[in-house]
Design a protein around this ligand. Sequence first.
Ligand code: BES
Ligand code: MN
Ligand code: MN
Length: 462
Amino acid sequence: MNQYVEDNKDRFLNELVELLKIPSISADKEYSDDVYETATFVAERLVAAGADEVEVMTTDGYPVVYGEKIIDPNLPTILVYGHYDVQPPDPIELWDSPPFEPVIKKTDLHPEGAIFARGACDDKGQMYMHVKAFETMMQQETLTCNVKFMIEGEEEIGSSNLEPFCKNNAEKLACDVVLISDTSIIANDVPSITTGLRGLAYLEVEITGPNRDLHSGVYGGAVGNPINVLSDMIGKLIDENNKITIPGFYDDVEVISKEEREKMNQAPFDLDYYQRDLDINEVKGEDGYTTLERTSIRPTLDVNGIWGGYIGEGAKTVLPSKAYAKISMRLVPRQTPEKVYELFTDYFNKLAPNSVKVKVTPHHGGVPAVTPTDTPEYKAASMAMEESYGRTPIPRRSGGSIPIVAMFEKVFGVKSVLMGFGLDSDAIHSPNEHYGLFNYYKGIETIPLYFKYYADLKSKTA
Ligand code: BES
Ligand code: MN
Ligand code: MN
């Protein structure tokens, strides 16, 4: 291990523990003070690590933490992006320890121990690796590139204020590459680099039947029950081959060549383990595609939540007035959230029987992104991981979304490198989220190598 990292191991971990104690839940207004406090915490740590011009910059939402170290304007500039906000922890009763009281425990995949807390992997743990890697480079005097930090507080709610922020601060944010650790590797002995992210269209539907809740005996059988109707409509969105039935939904979907799909499927993947880990008898997804393909190059539709009627204790006989669902669609290259919202809304209205009224409200979205592998930006990541893991990382597309990636390319023409260090099994967005100590330290060690190789490669291509 890097000597400075080795010597400061415990402190690096203790600082992360402090960061994880602040419940920076961007989705819940109740936690607003904590979100601001987290921004201040990150800013203070950037100053302590040696960054200049550190600032908690306001937006129309939560602030962006900025900091930089410009060592030579002629050297390449790496913009580090991460997020300090986290997902809500619920269902809280399914956590083995409180989500904002970090504990370290061993697991099968993390025999060295993992830190359990909301945000441990997504993204506080991964973002903080960059702060500590920067400190390491400052202390060892090995910084080879200019660095800028842009750490936001609204990623988990769609980053909707980030595009105006970037446009308003274009000069300040000017860079050659965006470096992001907010994704996963295949396994701790199988490093990989994420080369694609899916987009997202998220919406809420409301079905209204009668103007008030009714006695299900007196009226039942004669009045459309919005929950029954909504369930039926949702059922019609996916057919028996697990294809999405929305007309035109697949029209823009990028067709991937047979060769590329074959290559994709060579990545190590153990279906048995996958099923065992999730305690399912069988996977389920679009006909004609493998699990790896279903979770990367194909679009999806999922109900994230559904509610209405009586859900309290015991039985209450009621025919409810309203039913609701939150529905998300993951998008792949060439699909856009705007068009998908439109297609969905038209179709959903057509699916509704005359006995109910439909309201569809779009939430945030995100555009899909792919990153090339034949660039100095990607190669530097590959060389850095190869050196720290002793194995060449495998490029692979991921199923998640990070809205800034496509946005940054559209606005500034700058590509991102998705050098994440988490595992898919780290339970991000779920109870008992955790992040391996091995992964945390490996990240802190690998990031300075990225700086080294990126400066090298850029000086050769300049
Ligand atoms: N870090 C995740 C995205 C991710 C996770 C990408 C794992 C690849 C592998 C990010 O914080 C996230 O959760 N994004 C949201 C999108 C956002 C618009 C709410 C998502 O993917 O649901
Ligand atoms: Mn994240
Ligand atoms: Mn997330």
